[in-house]
Each structure stands twice: as structure tokens, then as C-alpha cells.
Design a protein around this ligand. Sequence first.
Ligand code: FMN
Length: 389
Amino acid sequence: MINYVTAGESHGPQLTGILTGIPAGLTLDIAAINAGLAARQGGFGRGNRQQIEHDTVTVTGGLRHGVTLGSPIALTIQNRDHAHWHAIMNPTSPATADNTLRQVTRPRPGHADLVGGMKYGHRDLRNVLERSSARETAMRVAIGQICKQLLAQLGIDLVGYVQQIGQIQVDSQASLSVAELTQAIAQNDLRITDNAQVADIHDLITATKKAGDTLGGVIRVVATNVPAGLGSYTNWDTKLDGQLAAAVMGVNAMKGVEIGDGFAAAASYGSQVMDEIDWDAENGWSRLTNHLGGFEGGMTNGMPIIIKAAMKPIPTLYKPLQSVDIQTKAIQKASVERSDTTAIVPASIVVESVVAIELARAITATFDGSKLSRLQAMVQAYRAELQAY
Ligand SMILES: Cc1cc2nc3c(=O)[nH]c(=O)nc-3n(C[C@H](O)[C@H](O)[C@H](O)COP(=O)(O)O)c2cc1C
């Protein structure tokens, strides 16, 4: 079954990832992984850091001649910015007066700074923010894009994109296929489906930046052709909708997750929300609508999976809010690190990536994931069995 761990600080030498459970025999498209990393770096509203980094992944284990071996896949992404932080973020050289400059003692509201310092006993909050920074999500994107390639080999497609920035909503184009959505969002630097709204959103982000403030938004992920029956109703912790919600909430700055109609369903009548069951000889079982976002009983039901995530505004403000210096206890303005005005655009590919990881994990938990061709045959046989049910 798929599992992964990441390591590395934002301005440290590199990010490292170990991904286990990817079947043998998958030809990795490294250029596609790098395209995912580039998408995470892009988007209107980002800070200067992205001009320094040009993320590309290096694979140092689990791959031979471009094909997975079934062994753990080891990945690294260099932090180019480390060149400017070589002394301060040196992993091994002992601390001196010179290499402990740029200490952070005024925690930023909304960040991990204060509680992280209290919990781990750090008096320089840089020790917290270097890891709590969303720089780490670059590795989750690399891992997620590998899982996305595995899912594609099983006929499952997905995409994450932006549905709202601040108060401006964009039509989610619910009827478009994953391929059509992917094409539509590639037409602009906001990963939105409607080019006509780009100028207004650019204006909003520019004005917000000028005011020293930040914005959040809403992300929508769609996954199609997912077979019914992934996850299980038999125990709370085997419900796949719960695992997906945890993975999405595990992305920095996410404060809400919805499956299907989500919170809107709470205000509707049952007759407006339950998806009526249908069957035909050619396609087998389906639902007439998809208010429940592809889940019943914690299991996929064969309809598209629809997940939305609410991202809070970026916590680092160039017009900082009140904080308290942890050394002097004096009330002061929070510290400012170089920061984005909004990161909703890159976050949409991060959320897409973690959804890909959870779906690939569910597949490899359900079927033997040792060898790609066997896995493909098993999933195909399973799909046929469901259709004949
Ligand atoms: C792709 C991405 C980029 C982010 N960029 C920034 C940033 O530039 N500045 C910042 O203060 N927070 C940024 N964040 C959000 C923080 O990482 C996050 O709010 C912080 O770690 C606290 O965690 P929490 O919001 O989940 O409680 C970003 C989040 C994501 C997903």
C-alpha cells in the first residue's frame, strides 16, 4: 500500500521524499512531474521566492531506466534559495553568533510560529517556520504527480483548480470532463475556467497586495472513472471520504473540506440531495445526479469524486498584525517573511496531488500493487464484476 514521508526545511539544502508502494513497471514521466512542480510555482499573486526556485525533481532510488522497480522511490528537490541561507540554515555546522542571524521572535498570527515554539521549546521561531512553510508542499506535488500517473494507467483522471478567490466566484463548469477542465485552466495564470474573470481577479490581488493584505479562496477537485467500492463502510477509519478529508486538511492553510454539495446539503431536503439510482445494460450502475460527490457509506459509488477545499488567506501580512516578542514579552508587530498575496493557485495543484495520493493508496490497499500489469488486470476484472452485479 502506498505511503510516503517528506523531510527538509524551506531554506535548507533540499526537500527529500520517500514514496513506497508504487507498483513495479510504471514508466515515470519526469517531465510531467516537473510540469506539476512548475504549476505549483506559478500563478498570479505569488511572492519573489518563486523567481529564485526552478523546481525539478531528481529520482535517486526505486527507478531503473525510467521504470519503477517496486522498491521505495527516493526523490529530491533542491532549494536554490539555500545559496543565500547557506550559513544560517547549515544542517551540521555548530551555532555561532554569525550563523544564527535572522532570528524570528515575533510570531505571526495564523502561522505555526508560536505554538510550534511552545511545543518544541524553540526560542528562535525560524526552527518552526522553516518546516511549517508550504515549501514542503513541492515534495507532496512530486509524489502526488507520480500517483496521478499511476491512476492514469488505471483509467482514472483528476484535476484540481480554483473556484473562488477572495469573494470572486468562478463558474466551476461542473459538466466539463477532466480533460476539458485541464485545458480550460491552462489558458490563464489563475487556474480558473473562465478567462473573462481573469482581469477582475488580477485587479483584486494587486489591490490587496498594495494594501499589505492577503486572500484565500476555494479549490475544486474532480476525479473521474473511479471504480465503485474504494474505501469501506465497515469501520470509521476505513471510510475513504474521511481519509481524503484528512489529506486535504493536511495541506497548509486549508480550513474546510466539502464532499459533493457539502455544507449546502445541510439546508436542502433529502429529496434534493440523494442521487437516484439508475442501471442500463451498457453502462451498469449509476446515479441520476451527483450531489453526494461520489461517496456513499465512505465508499466511492462510481460517480465522479467532487471535493472542495476552503483555503484561509495567507497569514504573513506585509502590514503585520499584533504579536508579542517571545524574548521581551513586549507587544509588537508580527515579523514579516517574504510571502505570497494569495497562494490559492499553487494550492489547487497541491490539493489535486494529495487527492491523487489517497486514491492511489486506496487502490493499492484494495488490490495487489506489486506489479502494474497485474494491478491493471485486477482493476479491469473488478470493473467488469461490478458492471455485472
Ligand atoms: C502553496 C501554498 C503556499 C503558501 N504560501 C504562504 C506564504 O507565502 N506565506 C504564508 O504566510 N503562508 C503561506 N501558506 C500558508 C501557510 O503555510 C500556513 O497557513 C501555515 O503553515 C499555518 O498552517 P495552517 O494554516 O494549516 O494552520 C501557503 C500555503 C500553501 C498551500
